[in-house]
Design a protein around this ligand. Structure first.
Ligand SMILES: NC(=O)c1ccc[n+]([C@@H]2O[C@H](COP(=O)([O-])OP(=O)(O)OC[C@H]3O[C@@H](n4cnc5c(N)ncnc54)[C@H](O)[C@@H]3O)[C@@H](O)[C@H]2O)c1
Length: 349
């Protein structure tokens, strides 16, 4: 198959591109390139067969020529970026997603695999049950709202010629050419290594479902390859049932890898209202070929080894190499991006 992976120069993209190529697919990547230079380990990068450097808000029909399936990762990918300017999150994550879906349909691209998120379940306090795909949405950020509305915007496009699939990914962890450090496992390990402290900014009780980026990539590729009738206009929670963790237990798993680090549970409440446990039975039983390989213990080892082998310092860890918001602000200060995060005419990232 010829796959278009949008957002390929981010965290998950390089891993997904490598796995897609290993499965024999041809890959075109499309990304504006906000983070393309935020590379720690170039040997881990996996360029696609063809790269389109373009803002997702400006995708053209010709970009889709010869494409069999789109895996759509591009977007502002976390809550602080959403808080920067909620309207931008809606423009980039929602309007461009629905527009890309329509463009795909109009140009004969039948399969559209969308990177949604378990964060659409948001604050699920009061319910003990793990949430399946029929659970009500309760998004608590512009980012999560953009994912809910993107699903709602893509779903009506489904017909015999267009098959959208919604991957509701758990919170990712793991190492890539562009490792993100704002995600809980990576973040706690990063602080343990660089500052010698594992700081849990809550009472440690909130639940988070976790999944490795290779397992997210595997699921998306399985969704791109599956027979239409099994995935048509379906949502799948992506993760594993034994990886719903309370933040305190994630901190303890990290602590095992950095026993000299100080473990601090601040007991704060209020900042992040998310807490949810998720049921992954549907994808585990119904998405052909999907069998997650990674446990959180394996992932914590991977991140710890990666931190040690790269000898990261705290200036780097707290800088624009890892903090997406700082990188975007830097590019704005350099006059490369305007206030709408569009590349300034005549400049390139
Ligand atoms: N990492 C997670 O925990 C997680 C969990 C659930 C869902 N997801 C979703 O998976 C996708 C990929 O996540 P990630 O962690 O790799 O994020 P990331 O921030 O590392 O990568 C996103 C990519 O999208 C690109 N992008 C952003 N705005 C763009 C625009 N206007 N035009 C073109 N490209 C643009 C960025 O340059 C970046 O390369 C996102 O949609 C995210 O919401 C991630």
């Amino acid at each position: 198959m010829h796959l278009l992976i949008t957002g390929n120069t981010g965290f998950i993209g390089p891993v997904m591109t490598r796995m897609a190529k290993e499965r024999g697919h041809k890959v075109t990547g499309l990304d504006v390139g906000y983070f393309k230079d935020c590379i720690v380990d170039p040997a881990m990068d996996c360029p696609p067969d063809h790269q389109i450097l373009r803002d997702i808000r400006e995708v053209k029909a010709e970009d889709l020529k010869g494409i069999d399936a789109i895996i759509h990762l591009a977007g502002l990918s976390n809550d602080p970026l959403g808080a920067l300017n909620p309207q931008l999150t809606y423009d980039i994550n929602l309007d461009s997603t629905v527009r890309l879906g329509q463009l795909a349909k109009d140009n004969g691209v039948q399969r559209f695999v969308f990177a949604s998120s378990c964060s659409i379940y948001g604050a699920a306090h009061g319910s003990d049950a793990a949430l399946d795909e029929s659970a009500p949405f309760n998004p608590v950020s512009a980012y999560a709202v953009s994912k809910v509305r993107s699903e709602e915007g893509l779903s009506p496009l489904a017909d015999k010629d267009f098959c959208p699939v919604f991957m509701r990914n758990a919170t990712a962890y793991g190492v890539s050419a562009r490792t993100r450090m704002d995600l809980v496992v990576n973040n706690l390990a990063g602080w343990a290594y660089t500052a010698g402290v594992i700081k849990v900014m809550s009472d440690g009780t909130p639940w988070r479902p976790l999944v490795h980026i290779e397992d997210i990539s595997l699921a998306a590729l399985c969704a791109a390859e599956a027979p239409t009738d099994v995935v048509h206009n379906q949502a799948f929670n992506i993760g594993r049932n034994d990886a719903n963790y309370q933040v305190m237990d994630i901190a303890n798993a990290v602590h095992k890898r950095f026993p000299d680090a100080k473990l601090e549970i601040t007991g704060e409440t209020g900042g992040d209202a998310r807490s949810y446990r998720v049921n992954f039975d549907k994808a585990l039983g119904g998405l052909p070929g999907f069998a997650p390989k990674w446990t959180v213990e394996m992932g914590a080892d991977e991140v710890a080894n990666w931190l040690r082998s790269n000898g990261l310092r705290d200036q780097a860890f707290d800088g624009r190499l890892f903090i997406r918001l700082k990188q975007l602000k830097h590019q704005m200060e350099q006059g490369l991006l305007d206030g709408d995060l569009r590349v300034v005419r005549g400049r390139s990232l």
